[in-house]
Design a protein around this ligand. Sequence first.
Ligand SMILES: Nc1ncnc2c1ncn2[C@@H]1O[C@H](COP(=O)(O)OP(=O)(O)OP(=O)(O)O)[C@@H](O)[C@H]1O
Ligand SMILES: O=C(O)c1ccc[n+]([C@@H]2O[C@H](COP(=O)([O-])O)[C@@H](O)[C@H]2O)c1
Length: 201
Amino acid sequence: MGRYGVFGSACDPITIGHLVTMEMVIDRRKLDGMILVPSSIKRRDKGRDLTSNEHRLNMARLATADNPKIQVNTIEMDAEGWETYTYETMKKLKQEFPNDELLFVMGADNLQDIVSWHKGHELIESNCFIVMGREGYDMADIIAKDSFLIKNEHRFDCLSKGVNIETSSTLIRSRIKDGLSVRYLVPQPALEYALKHRLYQ
Ligand SMILES: Nc1ncnc2c1ncn2[C@@H]1O[C@H](COP(=O)(O)OP(=O)(O)OP(=O)(O)O)[C@@H](O)[C@H]1O
Ligand SMILES: O=C(O)c1ccc[n+]([C@@H]2O[C@H](COP(=O)([O-])O)[C@@H](O)[C@H]2O)c1
């Protein structure tokens, strides 16, 4: 039996923030590996159209190719219609990895919202989570202010970041659009791919 993190991200594009978060969580919680799940283009809650599944998946694969502990999984990209919610993803992944323990990994910004996600209560009551601190989010305070989170506090393993990399995909897209450098913020092979395909210009 292994212990794996499940890290969901739009990966539009994948950044060193995502990569360092996955690596730190694997290392600090002695996980056997991380399952990186890029979101489906069918997601409509990001307030904008995502880059195509194919391009985001290719960048995620290029960025993680040198790390044997990170496996990219297309379960959400392959899902039909609205089956792209985390509740459904975790249910299906548990069927795919019946002998392993799976922990959903997220940044502290998502801790604030998770109760309102699709089937939020069922999602929380049937999973365990590793939450990585982010600038401006007090994880203990977020839990203390929500009675449902308090009741399920034992399910949330909150990690202070230690290594602080506050970059985001939004920042990367905006800098590329403005002709500014994002060197070192996105792993070089993924960045070359994005520039070659003019994804964010
Ligand atoms: N720098 C970071 N440190 C810790 N967690 C992060 C960081 N960037 C993103 N995350 C977490 O990664 C997950 C995926 O987030 P997402 O794909 O929205 O990244 P993002 O870079 O914030 O994207 P966008 O700017 O497009 O919203 C979320 O759980 C988020 O909290
Ligand atoms: O299931 C939901 O309702 C839900 C709502 C918001 C976010 N999520 C998941 O959380 C992960 C990070 O989302 P985001 O919005 O920070 O890109 C990603 O895997 C999403 O599928 C899931």
